[in-house]
Design a protein around this ligand. Structure first.
Ligand code: AP5
Length: 206
């Protein structure tokens, strides 16, 4: 199964991709996570990407397309994969289309109020990358998976979220029509409880 999760920041793409990848035994490819790893390791790519991410702007297409093409050639992608956060521009979608035939593009539909609540309260373990939310954590800052410390992503602040939403509307939303025309777009309501979102996803894949 080759899936793409499309949707605005904070829609829950990463959360659902993690659950679905385990359930379907396929790989989860998050371009956001890949870039954050490059930043942490202070690679040339990471140094180049850092400013774009912290401003809520997209990293240039050429960089991302090369990075994803390489990743898709790794052996764990043979079984199938979920693309989370790629493609985000028409140029990226066309480049992907030339090398991969997707089964479905899952479009995460959600309103902006919920997005702000989710992103402002998101906490990420700085050691293992596990994602949680202050609604579930309360005052707890210790990751239940690895004992690491929960931190806030540098791009999870109100000003940057506004930029990310604007970028999404201008550059990524046109992909909805692109995949609709291919007949593989499926909408899910992602503004509801995580288990209900996952149920909708399974209904589509059945
Ligand atoms: P990326 O990391 O991809 O960020 P994003 O698309 O903005 O998506 P998010 O990670 O914010 O949200 P999500 O939908 O995964 O939500 P999550 O599951 O975490 O990209 C970051 C940056 O990298 C970009 O801005 C750009 O600069 C660069 N970049 C990446 N890809 C690129 C590309 N292809 N081209 C160019 N640049 C690129 O959930 C959010 C919160 O809500 C969490 O706290 C979670 O616990 C909670 N939650 C999730 N689901 C539910 C639910 N159903 N109910 C209640 N709470 C929920």
């Amino acid at each position: 199964m080759k899936l793409l999760f499309l949707g605005p920041p904070g829609a829950g793409k990463g959360t659902q991709a993690q659950i679905a990848a385990k359930e379907l035994n396929i790989s989860h490819i998050s371009t956001g996570d890949m870039l954050r790893k490059e930043i942490k390791e202070q690679t040339e790519l990471g140094k180049a990407a850092k400013d774009y991410i912290n401003r809520g702007q997209l990293v240039p297409d050429s960089v991302i397309i090369d990075m994803v093409k390489k990743r898709l050639q790794e052996p764990d992608c043979k079984n199938g994969f979920i693309l989370d956060g790629f493609p985000r521009t028409l140029e990226q979608a066309i480049a992907l289309d030339a090398v991969v035939k997707l089964d479905y593009c899952i479009n995460f539909v959600i309103n902006d109020d919920i997005i702000f609540h989710r992103i402002c309260g998101r906490r990420v373990c700085e050691k293992c990358g596990n994602v949680s939310h202050i609604d579930r954590l309360g005052d707890n800052t210790v990751c239940e998976v690895c004992g690491g410390k929960y931190v806030t992503r540098p791009d999870d602040n109100v000003e940057t979220i506004k930029n990310r939403l604007e970028v999404y509307q201008k550059q990524t939303q046109p992909l909805i029509s692109f995949y609709k025309e291919k007949g593989i777009l499926r909408d899910i309501d992602s503004g509801v409880d995580s288990a209900i979102v996952f149920k909708q996803l399974l209904e589509i894949l059945k």
